[in-house]
Design a protein around this ligand. Structure first.
Ligand code: TRP
Length: 361
């Protein structure tokens, strides 16, 4: 029998899973589980770059485990595991870092963006201190304190190395990730290639992004612009755990405008977004009806939102119930976690053993 191709992907345990995560990632993960050998993990090491509270971290990890299973991921087929349950990843990360260059890490877009936020904040605070007329010594002391608050950690800088370790530890062929992760994946290939050439071996392959093509459905947010999940408030996203009343409220409050003024006019972004949600959640037929009404200039957003809310509730509530059931069963959660860990360790231990041998440990 031909060996199945290997797929690896991770999700950071920050917050709840929303419809954007579901349609953009999880649903497609579930579809891959028969054809590929899949490793889907919860990136809790990665989440430490933002210093989550231990209790929140624990809760969020459980939440994602439960959600994965509630969404149809089969723990018998897929290795669903928690990154920190696989310390082999940390060893590979350390080893890879020895041949990763400071310059390439600093040029990584995601790092630059995060570092800019910290440094921008730090600079602002320093300027405020200067204009408040404090003495040099006070200023220096304060700068040090503020500096601690607004640090840029080595963990943030080496985030791409850790991601490479996640992927290479299972010698993945494919990595299903969004566009925002493509640069990280490119770096993974560079690190893999570098390890091979430093040691003159053919240990790691070149993992490729897995693009779902036609199947990739974009889910916009409710606040008029951009993707679901981008805003801080949470009102932009529908979570798989949202209660019916919450879903209704969020959708009824979604951004609209005062309506079309010309027949067949182009839809502004906020309206196009709402229509996209209708298409996904209410179906093609409902979409066409509302679209025709829009084109005739007699659309009633209120009616459309009502239908969208009811269909969204129909879609979400079984997930919410299932997630709740799983979350209340600690023994079951623990069982799938260990099952995933065992599967993942098999391949991780194999890779680390090989790498140690190559290095001369
Ligand atoms: N960096 C990814 C994100 O922010 C999460 C992630 C960590 C990941 N390790 C990975 C994704 C390995 C795919 C493969 O979304």
């Amino acid at each position: 029998m031909e060996k199945k191709k290997i797929v690896v992907s991770g999700i950071r345990p920050t917050g709840n899973i929303h419809l954007g995560n579901y349609f953009g990632a999880i649903r497609n993960f579930v579809r891959m589980q028969d054809e590929y050998q899949c490793y889907f993990f919860i990136a809790d090491y990665h989440s430490l770059t933002t210093h989550p509270h231990p209790e929140h971290l624990r809760q969020n990890v459980k939440q994602i485990l439960a959600t994965y299973v509630a969404c149809g991921m089969d723990p018998e087929k897929v290795a669903i595991y928690v990154q920190s349950d696989l310390p082999e990843t940390a060893e590979l990360y350390l080893i890879l870092n020895m041949n990763v260059y400071l310059g390439e890490l600093m040029r990584c877009t995601s790092f630059k963006e995060k570092a800019k936020q910290y440094w921008g904040q730090l600079r602002k605070e320093l300027v405020e201190d200067l204009s408040s007329g404090e003495g040099q010594e006070e200023k220096a002391g304060k700068a040090e304190k503020e500096g601690n608050k607004a640090h840029v950690s080595a963990g943030l800088l080496t985030y791409p190395t850790l991601m490479a370790a996640d992927i290479l530890i299972h010698k993945a062929d494919f990595v299903p990730v969004g566009k925002d992760q493509e640069q990280h994946l490119e770096m993974t290939r560079a690190f893999a290639h570098r390890f091979n050439s430093v040691y003159g071996v053919d240990c790691f392959g070149q993992p490729q992004a897995f693009n779902f093509g036609e199947n990739l459905i974009k889910i916009p947010g409710l606040d008029g612009s951009g993707k679901m999940g981008k805003s801080e408030s949470g009102n932009n996203a529908i979570f798989l755990t949202d209660e019916d009343a919450v879903i209704r409220k969020k959708i009824m409050r979604a951004t609209t405008d005062s309506g079309p003024v010309e027949m067949n006019q182009q839809k502004p972004e906020a309206i196009a977004n709402l229509f996209q949600l209708v298409r996904v959640l209410c179906g093609e037929e409902a979409f066409r009806e509302f679209d025709a009404a829009y084109n005739r200039c007699d659309i009633r957003y209120g009616d459309m939102k009502k239908q969208l809310a009811e269909d969204t509730i129909k879609f979400v509530s079984p997930f919410r119930a299932r997630i709740g059931e799983i979350l209340s069963d600690d023994a079951f959660l623990e069982k799938i976690r260990r099952q995933g860990q065992e599967k993942a360790r098999e391949s991780a231990v194999r890779t680390v053993r090989e790498v140690r041998g190559i290095i001369g440990f």
